[in-house]
Design a protein around this ligand. Structure first.
Ligand SMILES: Nc1ncnc2c1ncn2[C@@H]1O[C@H](COP(=O)(O)OP(=O)(O)OP(=O)(O)O)[C@@H](O)[C@H]1O
Length: 263
């Protein structure tokens, strides 16, 4: 058996005096789509922040491709291939969709300072190549027809897709998506699911936090359930749906669709 891409063990995070996550432990294997779910305040965002280097855990270990990443900066972690989705706010609204895509490719570091030293014909070739790559990326997320539009003129679902495309531009090994379907209508959610599947098929492993249970049940290979800062279940959707502790955790004002009792 190969080592998991991500291994989180006994992670404890304190925010102020409060224990936001008490004992987090789960793995994400290469090529999987794993969802992290749980009622409000369960610790999902905190877990994402710890994995991506925005919060330092008090205890525990986080290994990415066998390497301990606790203490590394978010930029360093991203450079290793563990990337978090850009939120809608990180899209430059006043720039065109294509310009946003080009900026994401530049940030990836292929182009950049070095470019200034390339002789002009070479630079033009490099620019044309990047443009082609940016267009291919927009085509991939179904936005090539909108390339010349200002990003803030896109519909909400399109902006979310652009956000995912910008994160995917880094060609990450593991992509963390924070509520990719939030605020989307059913047809936009279907597009978002198709996009996640395409990313997985291209070799990107996906870990997502999502409240849309219908989507989580359909898209996940495995679901990790957090409640009050600890893991209460970890397994394939069919097992999670039937898990009494999960159903209990969600009863009383939880997202619809977990388990038959809550449905
Ligand atoms: N900046 C903060 N200051 C104080 N408490 C915080 C902070 N961030 C998180 N917490 C607390 O830590 C716990 C876990 O919160 P977290 O945001 O990780 O949960 P979540 O599962 O992402 O919730 P939601 O689904 O509502 O986004 C909660 O009790 C929350 O109140």
């Amino acid at each position: 058996m190969t080592a998991p891409l991500l291994r989180v063990e006994h992670v404890m995070v304190q925010i102020g005096g409060l224990v936001a996550v008490s004992d987090l432990g789960f793995e994400v294997g290469q090529g999987e789509v794993v969802s992290l779910i749980g009622p409000n305040g369960a610790g999902k965002t905190t877990a994402f922040n710890a994995i991506t280097g925005y919060i330092r855990p008090r205890r525990g270990t986080i290994h990415f491709e066998g390497r301990d990443i606790i203490g590394l900066s978010p930029e360093r972690i991203a450079a290793l291939g563990l990337v978090r989705s850009f939120q809608r706010t990180s899209i430059f609204g006043a720039c065109t969709v294509l310009e946003n895509a080009l900026m994401a490719l530049h940030l990836r570091g292929r182009a950049g300072l070095l470019e200034a030293f390339i002789p002009l014909p070479g630079r033009r070739r490099e620019e044309a190549r990047l443009r082609d790559e940016a267009m291919a990326m927009l085509d991939f997320v179904g936005l090539s027809a909108r390339a010349a539009a200002r990003a803030d003129s896109l519909a909400y679902g399109e902006q979310r897709r652009l956000g995912i495309a910008l994160a995917a531009a880094a060609a990450p090994r593991l992509l963390l998506l924070d509520e990719p379907a939030a605020g989307l209508n059913p047809s936009e959610t279907a597009d978002c699911m198709a996009l996640i599947r395409q990313l997985r098929d291209r070799g990107t492993t996906i870990l997502l936090v999502e409240h849309d249970m219908a989507m989580v049940m359909r898209i996940s290979d495995r679901i990790v359930v957090l409640n009050q800062g600890r893991i209460i279940a970890d397994g394939p959707p069919a097992a999670i749906r039937e898990n009494p502790e999960v159903i209990r955790a969600y009863l009383g004002g939880a997202p619809e669709g977990v388990g038959h009792a809550a449905a």
